[in-house]
Design a binder for this molecule. Structure first.
Ligand SMILES: Nc1ncnc2c1ncn2[C@@H]1O[C@H](COP(=O)(O)OP(=O)(O)O)[C@@H](O)[C@H]1O
Ligand code: SF4
Ligand SMILES: [Mg+2]
Length: 324
């Protein structure tokens, strides 16, 4: 792992306007991502966890420039994506790909594997004939553990795990540096999950890939991540090396998530913490620390001020008044 950041986010915000119309100015916003600052080093896997709706997918889409920023800065290899010109942007886009949770709905059912995986190669003029395309696709499908006879099959002829392999091969086609894996194994059976995670790890080593690995499942994230960022209602509440997050979590939200997740290491003592209620709406998030209505440790100040993300030990950041 190299310490140069491939991606750097500075005070990144994404507010989605809601309830507005052409005549009426928008009155409310969904604060999907609220002031996120973090870096992803070259060759690293950064896990991003948190309950549904906390802004994980939006954060990934902002990095990939599928969503535009409301505020803040994103640098890819030191280049500011907002000020990059069209040509630079095209190159940056090629370096970043995404793998989705549901490989079925992201694969066109009327196209063959050769057409699906070959599409980015054709669009970018990397291959010019059908034969060239099929040769390249063949290499890619072998790389992800599919077989040559799969080349002209359709998505419905594959199992869930195989479909995810097709999605991975498609993401690899343009030799990206970063892959945003958005819940890539959440729709798969547990036994298949491990195979896909192992494949992603092998490919990372072979091609020097960097991953942003998004999941609501802490156990999956632990296996693959070097560091883990925990997100709650648009904010990063804890960020640390993977072992630290599991062995020595500090934020009450992280503790609750871990106590609710099966931990492979029986040495780690767990006192179950019940996380009551759902994540509040990001339209009107609770004042102060967003987590206070559900926090067992909350005290008066938590309702007023917003805690900063503080470095409590080397590389271990926590956003909670208990650690000031
Ligand atoms: N295009 C959009 N317009 C309005 N709200 C959105 C849009 N995309 C996401 N959101 C809202 O932003 C919040 C974060 O969503 P998302 O990033 O998908 O969370 P996660 O991936 O953690 O489940 C949610 O409240 C969601 O409803
Ligand atoms: S700041 Fe207060 S409410 Fe927020 S996590 Fe810490 S103790 Fe709980
Ligand atoms: Mg999501």
């Amino acid at each position: 792992m190299n310490s140069d950041p491939l991606v750097r986010l500075e005070e990144v915000k994404k507010y989605f306007p809601i309830g507005g119309s052409f005549f009426r100015r928008n009155t409310a916003h969904v604060r999907a991502v609220d002031c996120v600052t973090l870096s992803i080093s070259k060759g690293e896997t950064l896990g991003l966890v948190g309950e549904s709706g906390c802004g994980k997918t939006t954060l990934g889409r902002l990095i990939l420039q599928i969503e535009t920023l409301t505020d803040g800065k994103i640098y890819i290899e030191g280049k500011n994506i907002v000020t990059a010109d069209r040509n630079e942007m095209r190159l940056l886009r090629r370096q970043m790909q995404i793998i989705f949770q549901d490989p079925y709905s992201s694969l066109n059912p009327r196209k063959t594997v050769a057409e699906i995986i070959g599409a980015p190669l054709v669009i970018q003029n990397i291959v010019r004939t059908r034969r060239e395309r099929d040769e390249k696709v063949l290499e890619l499908i072998m790389e992800v553990g599919l077989r040559s006879e799969h080349l002209y099959n359709y998505p419905h002829e594959f199992s869930g795990g195989q479909r995810q392999r097709i999605g991975i091969a498609r993401a690899l086609a343009l030799k990206p540096k970063l892959i945003v894996c958005d819940e890539p194994v959440s729709a798969l059976d547990v036994s298949v999950q491990a195979q896909v995670v192992n494949l992603l790890q092998d490919l990372q080593e072979r091609f020097g890939l960097t991953y942003l690995f998004i999941s609501h499942d802490l156990a999956v994230v632990e296996q693959i991540s070097n560091r883990v960022a925990v997100m709650y209602l648009g904010r990063i509440v804890e960020l640390a090396f993977s072992e630290t997050i599991y062995q020595d979590p500090k934020h009450p939200y992280t503790k609750a998530l871990i106590s609710a997740s099966p931990i492979p290491d029986p040495q780690v003592k767990k006192t179950p913490i019940v996380l009551e209620g759902d994540v509040p709406s990001p339209i009107n998030p609770p004042e102060g620390c967003h987590f206070h209505p559900r926090c067992v440790k909350a005290f008066d100040s938590c309702k007023k001020g917003v805690p900063e993300l503080i470095e409590v030990a080397k590389g271990h950041y926590v956003r909670c008044f208990l650690y000031l």
